[in-house]
Ligand binder design. Structure first.
Ligand code: ASP
Ligand code: MG
Length: 425
């Protein structure tokens, strides 16, 4: 007997038939004797529709400003999850399973006051656990929502029901958090680019964090951070498979990818996966004065403008008085970044700004890199053989990121994927 949290995203609960299939997945685990809490998203597209209504209302009244009350935004957008939690509870009940729905405020899932992007502060799972133990009742929880210190509904930011599920698993001390989604696991790279990409059996939290933030959009990044902090074993698997197919209920070895502590990964590969992020822009400041405070003068105002800076490369000065600084931002922010820098030109002190958009960052990820030499050299050699020019490089303990021209993205991903032998199982 185990305690599990099962989470189903929007495409998995997109209509009544699919909610029925979700109920069959839940029934399988209940029949196996497990204690189950299910977290659901809104039906696919529902949250977008609700957000659109919120944005349109001020236009309908002809208001001079497009702004609206974030607390009312939360009231409205949280309703999508309320609907699916009730529907799934009915589906389960009609299959003879004791189940009830829970809204965030009923549990309660307490959040901070940041309406629209709230953070979970505390979850009280006492009553839910009592009902597992005394009644064998399934808890169906509306994802994406909690209750703020102002006693009002708060939502966790788009994609937030992943975070609801991981936080609930931590709060209930669950043995595992199963994330059912429209893909059947985490792959060595994007299978649309590399058909030979393999599903990973296991991936370490840190690696998943890199994969998730680099554009492998399986899980909300914040949910992976939370899983890492609380060591919640998180399992990514498909909701579209037949719930009763052989092996689906195998608790120790189900089909999918386990995101876990690195200690749990026995056979460590040097490289685990290749990720990429499109639409990066590179900005270079030429002949920047080389003195204390220059970086702060550049990146402070960019941070104040909410521009997310990624790679940063500063050269060692040749003459002791001037240097060059290059960094990347999402292409959509490039113009804004340049105008912020120009506005601060006096304070920063540089000769010229150069920029280029439409670049791609490809990254090689693996915890095994910590203990192996030559991983970066292998990438550089492979890219050179394909005549792909490298514009900038940054590294961390478990990652090498390489900036290249956009049109070479797919070739680079395929090249890197095969040079580390990830094509072969
Ligand atoms: N329904 C919310 C959204 O679309 C939360 C989620 O699905 O994770 O962002
Ligand atoms: Mg999602």
């Amino acid at each position: 007997m185990a305690r599990i949290v099962m989470k189903f995203g929007g495409t998995s609960v997109a209509d009544l038939e699919r909610i029925h299939r979700v109920a069959r997945h839940v029934k399988r685990e209940v029949d196996a004797g497990h204690q189950v809490a299910v977290v659901v998203s809104a039906m696919a597209g529902k949250t977008n529709e609700l957000v659109e209504w919120v944005r349109t209302m001020p236009k309908v009244t002809g208001a001079s400003s497009p702004f609206y009350d974030a607390r009312e935004y939360d009231t409205i957008v949280a309703s999508g999850e309320q609907v699916t939690s009730g529907l799934l509870a009915i589906a389960l009940q009609s299959m003879g399973i004791d189940a009830r729905s829970w809204q965030g405020w009923q549990i309660p899932i307490k959040t901070d006051n940041a309406h629209g992007a709230a953070r979970i502060m505390e979850i009280d799972g006492t009553e839910m656990i009592r009902r597992f133990e005394e009644l064998g009742q399934v808890a169906v929880v509306a994802g994406f929502q909690g209750i703020g210190p102002d006693n009002r509904i708060a939502t966790l930011g788009r994609g937030g029901s992943d975070t609801s599920a991981v936080a609930l698993a931590a709060g209930l001390k669950a043995d595992r958090c199963d994330i059912y989604t429209d893909v059947d696991g985490v792959y060595t790279t994007d299978p649309r680019i590399v058909p030979e990409a393999r599903r990973l059996k296991k991936i370490a939290f840190e690696e998943m964090l890199e994969m998730a933030s680099l554009g492998a959009k399986v899980l909300q990044v914040r949910s992976v951070e939370l899983a890492m902090v609380h060591k919640v074993r998180t399992f990514v698997r498909s909701s579209f498979e037949d719930p009763d197919a052989p092996g689906m209920g195998d608790f120790d070895n189900p089909p999918g990818t386990l995101i876990c502590d690195e200690d749990e990964i026995v056979e460590q590969e040097v490289v685990t996966g290749i990720a990429y992020a499109k639409d990066e822009a590179q900005i270079s400041l030429r002949r920047l004065s080389d003195r204390p405070g220059v970086s702060a003068a550049i990146f402070g105002p960019l941070a104040d403008a909410h521009i997310n800076v990624d790679m940063i490369v500063q050269n060692i000065s040749e003459d002791g008085s001037h240097t060059d600084m290059t960094f990347t931002v999402p292409s959509g922010d490039a113009e804004k970044a340049i105008s912020v820098l120009n506005a601060n030109k006096e304070k920063v002190g540089f000769d010229a700004i150069q920029s280029e958009s439409g670049l791609v960052k490809v990254s090689v990820i693996g915890i095994g890199m910590r203990s192996h030499a030559g991983v970066a050299a292998t990438a550089f050699k492979a890219l050179a053989e394909k005549s792909i020019n490298i514009k900038a490089i940054t590294t961390s303990e478990i990652k090498i990121s390489i900036l290249i021209d956009g049109p070479y993205a797919e070739l680079a991903v395929r090249t890197l994927h095969s040079c580390y032998g990830l094509d072969k199982s």
